[in-house]
Design a protein around this ligand. Sequence first.
Ligand code: MLT
Length: 206
Amino acid sequence: MTATMKHIFKQGKDPSAPVLLLLHGTGGTESDLLPLAVAISPASSVLSVRGNVLENGMPRFFRRLAEGVFDIEDLIFRTKELNEFLDQAAEEYGFDRLNLIAAGYSNGANIAASLLFHDKDALRGAILHHPMVPLRGIELPDLTGIPVFIGAGSNDPICSPQETEELSALLTGAGASVNVHWERFGHQLTGTEVAAAANWYRETIG
Ligand code: MLT
């Protein structure tokens, strides 16, 4: 199967640096998060992808039945589709498939978390801005050695602090090294949260 996803690929100056996979929030596009890549790792190549699902004209990475209620069948299908697209993109653009670090916001963070939940080799690390628990009741793969940054809001109306703690515990339980950064700006992705993610990247990845 060939997975087709609208995307931008930018070759970075340092071919050995991790490739940053950017995943937008609901209603976003592949252009939205490009500034994050500059903040996190300016020499990295960037693969920024647009979600294939439309909700009232708004791109998403998987369907939902209501706010915060995911269509799990579609989530699993779309997670596979994205993973296959990443295999293809690595071949097409000539980057190391095992050297991919995701940076996602909201719906994009949720599909990144779902990649981690389904395939231990999908990502080498992840920056998740305001993620939720993508799905429950599955056994996670061995994520030993995978660093994960979670940016969360203590007053996020879409993702409660309890859900952030639950996600963090699930990932930690699978062996991932999780860092949670808390802010008080609801579901917003703020400049200070981006700066915290960039600091975490420098300290953890290099
Ligand atoms: C979702 O995946 O639905 C998010 O957590 C919320 C959103 O993207 O609006």
